[in-house]
Write a protein that binds this ligand. Sequence first.
Ligand code: GLU
Ligand code: ZN
Length: 494
Amino acid sequence: MSDIRVRFCPSPTGNPHVGMIRTALFNWAFARHVGGTFVFRIEDTDAARDSQDSYLALVDSMRWLGLDWDEGPEVGGPFGPYRQSERMGIYAEVVEKLLEAGFAYRCYCSASELEAKRELATSEKRTPGYDGSCRELSQEQVADFLSQGREPVIRYRMPGTDFTWNDLIRGEVTFQAEHVPDFVLVRANGEPLYTLVNPVDDAMMNITHVLRGEDLLSSTPRQLALFEGLTAVGVAQLTPAYGHLPYVMGEGNKKLSKRDPESSLAMYRSKGYLPEALLNYLALLGWSMGNDIEFFSPKELTEAFTLERVNPNPARFDLKKCTSINGDWIRHISEADLCDRLVPFMESSGVTSANITMEERALLARVVPLIQERLDALDAAPALVEFLFIPAEEVIIDPALWTNESAQVLEVARRALAEVREWNAEAIQAALRDSLVDGLGLKPKLAFGPVRTAICGQKISPPLFESMEILGKEESLLRVENGRVHALARPLSE
Ligand code: GLU
Ligand code: ZN
């Protein structure tokens, strides 16, 4: 076990999205690679925006993906609680210490005063930001503000120096002092802000490495400054190293947004992307295994994952590539495994019973080898195989699929099929080839097309002869005959 401790600390607002999961994944993979500890923390201090549903969706998503955490909600750990909403007393104590030691102070400026200062600074071409006017208030001034009914916020006193750190991913990063003014830690109503609670928890949970999205880069100088105060008052034993993961870009060179449909984790789950495939793809958003290897298991990922291979340049989210990796994964797993994973999709689609029966399951197991090669996502399976789960009379055929020759082709096919003794794909194929291709002189596509339509009711299907083998002789003959009647009844076209 190493002393390395990382954390994933989402706010439970809205639905989990891929950017967030990419952050979780990199932290998890790093922790697993070095044998460190992966802490899962819930940053739910914003009562207006946080929700229990969102929290549950987060926990559920992490479990579905197999991103197991060593400390955090549901599993506990020595630095709990791991939901910030349960840590309010801790933050109040820390703020007291910071106030007492002079690292923080009360600011009584009103919103309109702050706005006026901002405008003035902008008009004088100075960097707008709090001017520190409440840093050294006299007792009389404070009494005066209080008598006016003002309620103070609590600000952190920035040291006025530039901040430089060696970013684990971006190398040396510097922020100039004037760009990081004294910032608010606690609102006037007593609510502690992200700027306070996030570093306090990192400090108290002994986090050694903070890996997070580049959008948080500008909060790092404040957090480093706050760590100086936290260290001085004995709350922090160490200051973490920071690494900022590259942006994930979506369509048209814009940052992938939570609102883009392809960023919703739930979408991938409901479409039947395998969790392994999603992790595989998300790992490629800013990291590479090297040697052009782009297909790997979660285990291979954790074995290979180092921060040196994280690329600071923006990564591009490519849904096509994600889907193609999913297809690779569907082909990679065993038939039995694929069968298990298809069950919920079969059940919810209504193609099988809502609680799949033994017979339906046995049938599905026979069908899996026919479709494994053709699936990009599991949710495509039910429509593709439905014709195998319904009786002949429920097969619905679009009359537009018939041609003038279809009825005749089916009549010849029916007679040839009736002669087949050993009902298997090979024999079925031979009978149809002999009678239609050789006998009628049709090209294979024209010969087998009407048979496929009669059997499957659709133009695209799993392999035809194997499907007919599964349906059985009697059922197949019935469908061919039904098809012939249906084709005859269609209005003739010129
Ligand atoms: N709760 C913050 C967020 O979801 C965490 C940021 C951080 O990793 O420091 O953006
Ligand atoms: Zn002030």
